[in-house]
Ligand binder design. Structure first.
Ligand code: NAP
Length: 255
């Protein structure tokens, strides 16, 4: 760890029990930040906690549903008390409830918008207090190449496109306070989420990968670490003039 505990920046990463969030938490800890990992179930963060602690990092697991404003406020207050005021936020928590529009229920639509878009808004609103007070901050929102449209994902693509708008607006509002807000939009990354997609399609994950990889110019699927790298860049001190941007990390051009 390159910084002393008092000077150490504190990051919150949501949905960090597994997948991309767990990789981002590990990467930010490696970059020298203390990390609070939010997930629905605090105990589910045990592996992420162990990974970071083994590498000598400071980490706190917090049980929090990001779509619930009271839980978000309580979670951020706990981080402030136990780790320090958070000035870095990574909005990564997510769910999928795929269906073609004629079969999609109100609940499927609302719950996906609730976690991705409302959750990111609630978290950003709670953390910006600490960012503006510090005169420095970094927020990174996880969008998706599905924001450009994806069959069976009218809920998810709407949420992910909404996150791009939220990113640009927060970048304008918070920029004057030294806070940048950017967006990483992954393509196909191997996680439980994409395994669940393959299962729903009735094919194995390997079959799903084989089909998908043919359409990716670099001819491989992404790894959570590919996304963690991009998030790490936006969080860096030197990235302070990069604000309101969307970076597709998809093995090829998007957008
Ligand atoms: P994942 O493996 O399904 O992990 C998502 C995590 O978010 C899980 O630990 C989940 O907890 C947690 N979560 C769900 N609802 C939550 C809530 N209300 N409050 C707090 N935590 C919650 O997903 P992933 O593939 O790593 O994806 C991470 C992010 O990247 C998501 O925003 C996703 O949309 C985006 N993304 C992924 C891909 C991809 O190919 N994988 C592509 C583009 C974008 P539970 O386990 O309890 O549900």
């Amino acid at each position: 760890m390159s910084t002393t505990p008092t000077a150490q920046k504190v990051a919150v990463v949501t949905g960090a029990a597994r997948g991309i969030g767990a990789a981002v938490a590990a990467r930010l800890a490696q970059d020298g930040l203390a990390v609070a990992v939010f997930d629905l179930d605090e105990a589910a963060c045990a592996t992420t906690v162990e990974t970071v602690e083994k590498a000598g990092g400071r980490i706190l697991a917090v049980g929090c549903d990001v779509s619930d404003s009271e839980q978000v406020e309580a979670g951020v207050a706990r981080v402030t008390a136990e780790l320090g005021a958070p000035t870095v936020l990574v909005n990564n928590a997510g769910i999928i409830r795929d269906n073609l529009v004629f079969r999609m229920t109100d609940q499927d639509f609302d719950s996906v918008i609730g976690v991705h878009l409302r959750g990111a808004f609630l978290m950003a609103r709670a953390v910006q207090r600490h960012q503006t007070a510090a005169g420095w901050g970094r927020t990174v929102n996880l969008s998706s190449s599905a924001a450009l449209g994806n069959r069976g994902q009218s809920n998810y693509s709407s949420a992910k496109a909404g996150l791009m708008g939220l990113t640009k607006t927060l970048a304008i509002e918070l920029g004057p306070f030294g806070v940048t807000v950017n967006c990483v939009a992954p393509g196909f990354i191997a996680t439980d989420m994409t395994e669940a997609t393959a299962e729903r399609m009735g094919i194995t994950f390997e079959e799903f990968t084989e089909r998908y990889v043919k359409t990716i110019p670099v001819r491989r699927r992404g790894r959570p670490e590919d996304i963690a790298q991009a998030v790490s860049f936006f969080v860096r001190e030197e990235a302070g003039f990069v604000n309101g941007q969307v970076l597709f990390v998809a093995g090829g051009p998007k957008g």
